[in-house]
Design a protein around this ligand. Structure first.
Ligand code: NDP
Length: 401
């Protein structure tokens, strides 16, 4: 069973001063939404660090706009490019994976972990060790390193706030002081763009179709994960780490309108849900101001216009990713890391046109079958298992290609 790891004490972060923030993955969908909220309230926030992988253009533009202290580009080969673009400023520039970790070691009040994939784990752990408030969007970091993340949170007294809309919803309605009164958590799922397709019809779907999520505008990787429903599988594991309930008390419910972002069912029959328009700025805003509500000009939820909210059980035949995620969680140890790494490789392969849509989950399943299961204690263990799982997934993909 996972533990909470969500501290409540923010005495180190007086609200009277501007909150110093760092954003890891600032050029992505979540990063851009975070900066959008910050730019509307410059009197409340001071941006210290921004990071990207390869998008030098946007990173340089953001760094200038927010007069940051440090801009980091993870792709080392782009260092000179970034330096040149910021040459007439006082902004410090750094590059490479280690630079990301060093940037995360800079003490700030609030960190947004919005790098996509397992690459976000090391900077997230480094940020945790500073004792800051960490808003985590990067679900893959929790999937592959959840136990370590929680142990470090406890050790360093840091605070973790869930950004994923489902987990943020649960965070808003879960009574942590009365966990025994909770019957189950219900994670809602939109079902993605292929909710109504038959399995056969999914055989030939294109990349563009898979990227076109009906409700949310997100980065490529999470969009594909939503189409296979692996996203919900990853979220199941994420929820297991974030909230103190066993996996068999975390259910998935398909809710195509994405209005109810998730629910907590109590033993007395009460079901508390958090609702809102599908806009990631709402959960981000909740973490940005926490423990106070940071407000912004959010769209109103017009239930009369929406008319009806519908629900259905997920279909395990058409969306086997959920079963694989549950099995990996049950197997424990290195299995979730293998699930995540092989999925990252398979999604990359699909986006590159090397495999078909339905092959994504087949690659993950076969990788889980082939990889041995071992105990992962340190970050080195996790990254070594991640590397091996990627190798296995690549070799399986070759046979599919
Ligand atoms: P994007 O692909 O839009 O952005 C990812 C960010 O991470 C970019 O800044 C990217 O830089 C950077 N990045 C990518 N690879 C690396 C790497 N190897 N090392 C360092 N930085 C890297 O992703 P999203 O914003 O959509 O998602 C971010 C995370 O948040 C994911 O884990 C996702 O599952 C989660 N999430 C996203 C939601 C959404 O609405 N988008 C909702 C809920 C959760 P560059 O731009 O240079 O490539």
């Amino acid at each position: 069973m996972g533990s909470i790891g969500l501290a409540k004490d923010i005495s180190a972060n007086p609200q009277s001063q501007r909150r110093r923030v760092s954003i890891f993955g600032s050029t992505g969908s979540v990063g851009v939404s975070t900066l959008d909220l910050i730019s509307a309230a410059p009197e409340k926030f001071q941006v210290e660090v921004l990071t990207a992988h390869q998008n030098v253009d946007l990173l340089a533009e953001q760094a200038r706009k927010f007069s940051v202290r440090l801009a980091v580009i993870a792709d080392e080969s782009l260092r000179a490019d970034l330096e040149q673009r910021l040459a007439d400023t006082k902004i410090e520039v750094a590059a490479g994976r280690n630079a990301l970790i060093e940037a995360a070691e800079i003490k700030v009040d609030w960190v947004m972990a919005a790098i996509v994939g397992a690459a976000g784990l090391a900077p997230t752990l480094a940020a945790i060790r500073t004792g800051a408030i960490i808003a985590v969007a990067n679900k893959e970091a929790l999937v592959c390193g959840g136990d370590l993340v929680l142990a470090e949170l406890k050790k360093y007294g840091a605070t973790l706030l869930p950004v994923d809309s489902e987990h943020n919803a649960i965070f808003q309605v879960l009574d942590f002081d009365q966990i025994d009164a909770v019957r189950r958590l219900v994670l809602t799922a939109s079902g993605g763009p292929f909710l109504r397709l038959t399995y056969d019809e999914m055989t030939h779907v294109s990349k563009d179709q898979a990227l076109a999520h009906p409700n949310w505008d997100m980065g490529a990787k999470i969009s594909i994960d939503s189409a296979t429903m692996m996203n919900k599988g990853l979220e199941l594991i994420e929820a297991y780490h974030l909230f103190p309930l066993s996996a068999d008390r975390i259910d998935i419910l398909v809710h195509p309108q994405s209005v109810i972002h998730s629910m907590v069912e109590y033993q007395d029959g009460s079901v508390l849900a958090q609702m809102g328009a599908p806009d990631m700025r709402t959960p981000i805003s909740y973490t940005l101001g926490w423990p106070e509500r940071h407000t912004f000009d959010a769209d109103r939820l017009d239930l009369a216009r929406i008319g009806s909210l519908t629900f259905l059980e997920p279909d395990p035949q058409r969306f086997p990713a959920l079963r694989l995620a549950r099995e990996a969680l049950k197997a424990g140890k290195s299995a979730p890391t293998t699930l995540n790494a092989s999925n990252e490789i398979a999604v990359e392969g699909f986006l590159a046109g090397s495999i078909k849509f339905l092959d994504i989950i087949s690659v993950v399943e076969e990788s889980l079958n082939r990889a041995s299961i071992s105990e992962l204690v340190s970050i080195e263990d996790i990254y070594e298992n991640d590397r091996k799982a990627r190798e296995i997934a690549r070799s399986i993909m070759k046979s599919f290609g």
